[in-house]
Design a protein around this ligand. Structure first.
Ligand SMILES: *[C@@H]1O[C@H](CO)[C@@H](O)[C@H](O)[C@H]1NC(C)=O
Length: 215
């Protein structure tokens, strides 16, 4: 029994080390005080005695995100900004909607691993491992399927069907962040020099300017 418990404790320890992205909280909670003047990593805590149930609550994920855009894709993020009780807890979530054949373009979350569950429809998903392998790991998912995108790796989804698709994502940060590759590369402010991108992508300045113009 003691040995079983010992192995269990070790397993728990291993998982807590491997999975914790944001720092572990040092108290029951630290509801974000978004008006605080003090700057810390995350938000300062509200006085615990003034905390309400509404600080731990969000409503609205029964409503689909707007997918009427050129990508056919929309997401509703519930991070510390929408739900102040998430401050210091290292977790957040999102509802993701896809019009038929809509895409969530290649992007990274600099601070979070993402675990995605398909609620409706069929999604083609994938991520790319880092250099030098750049292995493309991809799979087609159906209702009830779960897929994980490891922290910081470039990943994407496409609705591979003629009906709407919807998924719920959990993310291992109160503030996962997002870097859509097309936007950060071709739509930075100010632009990266066209000739730098032309050389990097082995193409001409014209092709790069044309893409930059669209972002
Ligand atoms: C969805 O987004 C489009 C494009 O921004 C906008 O024109 C439309 O009004 C939005 N629809 C809803 C229901 O908010």
């Amino acid at each position: 029994m003691a040995r079983v418990f010992g192995s269990f404790a070790l397993l728990v320890l291993a998982f807590s080390i491997a999975n914790a992205t944001d720092h572990s909280p040092l108290q029951d909670f630290c509801v974000a005080d978004t008006n605080a003047q003090v700057l810390v990593n995350g938000f300062a805590c509200k006085n615990p005695s003034s905390v309400q149930a509404s600080d731990f609550f969000f409503s609205g994920l029964h409503m689909m995100a707007n997918t009427s855009n050129r990508l056919g894709f929309g997401a509703k993020l519930v991070s510390v900004t929408q739900l102040p009780g998430l401050n210091t807890l290292g977790i957040s979530m999102a509802r993701v909607d896809y019009a038929p054949w809509g895409i969530n373009p290649p992007h990274t979350h600099p601070r979070a691993t993402e675990i995605l569950t398909v609620l409706e429809g069929c999604l083609e998903v994938g991520f790319i491992t880092s250099n030098p392998e750049n292995r493309h790991i991809t799979k087609v998912l159906y209702k009830g399927d779960v897929f994980v995108f490891p922290v910081n790796l470039i990943h994407y989804q496409r609705n591979a069907g003629n009906t709407n698709a919807v998924a719920i994502a959990a993310l291992s940060s109160q503030n996962p962040g997002v870097n859509p590759i097309p936007n950060v590369v071709f739509g930075s402010n100010p632009d990266i020099s066209t000739d730098i991108l032309a050389k990097a992508f082995q193409t001409t300045d014209d092709v790069v300017s044309n893409i930059q113009f669209k972002f």
